[in-house]
Design a protein around this ligand. Structure first.
Ligand code: ADP
Ligand code: 5GP
Length: 268
């Protein structure tokens, strides 16, 4: 049975690594492509687990040798997917998830139009800022400049959402995990005729609801919050620079939401 290639993109901090890790706990047969990068490891990241960390010289040598399926420069560092990841997943008949940016996704779609592409959106810029801050705190680094740099890129990346087949809004974690799981199961069902053992009709409905074509109303408030639907020139993110009480409360709530396992799962 042929494996399916899933591309997942999102502004940094939206929660795509969290979603992919959760879905891999629920479903077997999904490999995660460990990318190569020239950025420094963050927090508890380990070579060979989150990324293969390398130098610019080595990355450029691999690039010249044609070892990358796609690559891009993101936030001043190189990132790339090794062709060998795809070859290995194909040999084993496994699905493969690429967590790559919008530039890399465009390169993969151009050569492999059969790939299933998924764009993950945070519900609004404030939540995104909170998640970026929480993550840097958890990693023991407080880098406000980096948080704002990543926030500044978010709207530009989100403008590419139309290139993706499915759109997820990662608000409540459990619901977003259930939606991603439904997309994987539905694609396996449609492409490989793989039976869905559990609540099959509901799974197909949840996946269909995430198709970009069916998401316009759901996306409107999110796109507005990021200034995507605003006329050019009025796209500044609505931030106050200060970290005030209201933000602090929101950050706490978002943290609680992420940790909670009490939420009703979208499939139940
Ligand atoms: P990405 O891979 O998109 O850069 P991460 O998966 O590292 O993002 O998530 C960024 C931060 O947001 C992490 O601290 C993660 O625990 C948190 N997070 C992810 N999803 C949610 C959610 N639905 N609610 C609250 N926090 C979340
Ligand atoms: P981070 O440094 O936060 O882990 O990732 C920054 C950005 O690089 C994210 O948008 C992530 O999806 C992207 N990225 C990670 N690996 C790759 C890759 O192999 N190729 C491309 N094009 N982007 C990647």
């Amino acid at each position: 049975m042929a494996g399916i290639l899933f591309i997942i993109s999102a502004p940094s901090g939206s929660g795509k690594s969290t979603l992919v890790n959760e879905v891999r706990k629920q479903l077997s047969g999904i490999e995660f492509s460990v990318s190569w990068t020239t950025r420094q490891p963050r927090g508890s990241e380990q070579h060979g687990r989150e990324y293969n960390f390398t130098t610019r010289e080595e990355f450029e040598r691999m690039l010249a040798a044609g070892q990358f399926l796609e690559h891009a420069e993101v936030f001043g560092n190189y990132y790339g997917t090794a062709r060998s990841s795809l070859e290995l997943a194909r040999r084993e008949g496994h699905d493969l998830v690429l967590d790559i940016d919008v530039q890399g996704a465009a390169q993969v779609r151009a050569t492999m139009p059969e790939a299933v592409s998924i764009f993950v959106l945070p519900p609004n810029p404030k939540v995104l800022r909170t998640r970026l801050r929480n993550r840097s705190r958890a990693e023991g680094v407080e880098n406000e400049a980096e948080v704002y740099r990543r926030l500044g890129e978010a709207s530009k990346e989100i403008e590419n959402y139309r290139e993706y087949g499915y759109i997820l809004v990662n608000d409540t974690l459990d619901r977003a995990v259930a939606q991603l799981e439904a997309i994987v199961l539905a694609e396996r069902f449609y492409r490989n005729d793989e039976p869905i053992a559990y609540r099959s009709r509901r799974v197909l409905e949840v996946a269909a609801g995430c198709l970009q074509a069916n998401s316009q109303e759901r996306l409107k408030p999110v796109l507005q919050a990021f200034g995507i639907l605003n006329p050019p020139g009025q796209r500044e993110l609505p931030f106050v620079e200060d970290f005030d009480e209201e933000d602090s409360q929101e950050e706490k709530e978002d943290l609680d939401k992420g940790d909670s396992n009490d939420e009703q799962r979208g499939l139940q």
